[in-house]
Design a protein around this ligand. Structure first.
Ligand code: 5RP
Length: 220
């Protein structure tokens, strides 16, 4: 019998609750990570018809296809009815840090296209205040020069390049007490393709499982 950690059980519970929001005919954005790995079978079990999905990583795309969930390139769909994804941190006012898996660029593009962005996680994900680090994706072009400009607060991550050719790094500097300003500062560098700070106005609801219950908090 496999040993299942309680965190993994919580991830599954939150994922199953979010899967209930997906209905036949919807366009769906699928996130990345170990929580989303529970979401995909939960969606597949629902036997929905005519859903059209986009995936935020190759791993998600492969798992979805194996489960019979149709995935298409994100080039013809312009809007998604719903996107569901995990998070590394979520504050009480709805700020997220994402990108532990290095997929935050695609995750943000998909979240921004979604009518509703639902965040799922276990009880370790809520934090009183953001802790970091903040994942970055740097454009591959000129990445060494971008890293030099960003300085000692940014560390290259030992990770493969993203599917978009980006270089994954982590910001460990100050400013997390004012995430909007930090986000603006990171966005101001032309070499930064994406950062892992997701603002509350992007988030529709957060589903956090604690033990065998799922807390649902709505934001926008
Ligand atoms: C990947 C992400 C993930 O959603 C985040 O890291 C949470 O992962 P997990 O569900 O494995 O805890 O942002 O880039």
């Amino acid at each position: 019998m496999p040993i299942v950690s309680s965190a993994d059980d919580e991830k599954r519970l939150a994922a199953e609750a979010a899967a209930e929001l997906v209905e036949s005919g919807m366009t769906v954005g699928l996130g990345t990570g170990s929580t989303v790995a529970h979401l995909l079978p939960a969606i597949a079990r629902r036997g929905l018809e005519r859903i059209r999905c986009v995936a935020t990583s190759v791993a998600t795309e492969e798992q979805a296809r194996e489960l019979g969930i149709p995935v298409e390139d994100f080039d013809s769909l312009t809007r998604l009815d719903i996107a569901i994804d995990g998070t590394d941190e979520v504050t009480p006012d709805g700020w997220l840090i994402k990108g532990g898996g290095g997929a935050h660029l695609r995750e943000k593009v998909v979240a921004a296209a979604a009518e509703r962005f639902i965040v799922i996680g276990d009880s370790s994900k809520p934090v009183d205040a953001l802790r970091g680090p903040v994942p970055l994706e740097l454009f591959g072009f000129g990445a060494a020069s971008t890293l030099e400009r960003l300085g000692a607060d940014v560390e290259l991550r030992d990770a493969p390049r993203s599917p978009d050719g980006g270089v994954i790094a982590d910001y460990r500097g100050p400013g997390l007490d004012d995430p909007a300003s930090l986000a603006a500062r990171l966005e101001a560098d032309p070499g930064v393709a994406a950062h892992g700070l997701f603002p509350p106005d992007m988030v529709s609801a957060v589903f956090v499982a604690r033990g065998d219950a799922v807390d649902r908090t709505s934001f926008s």
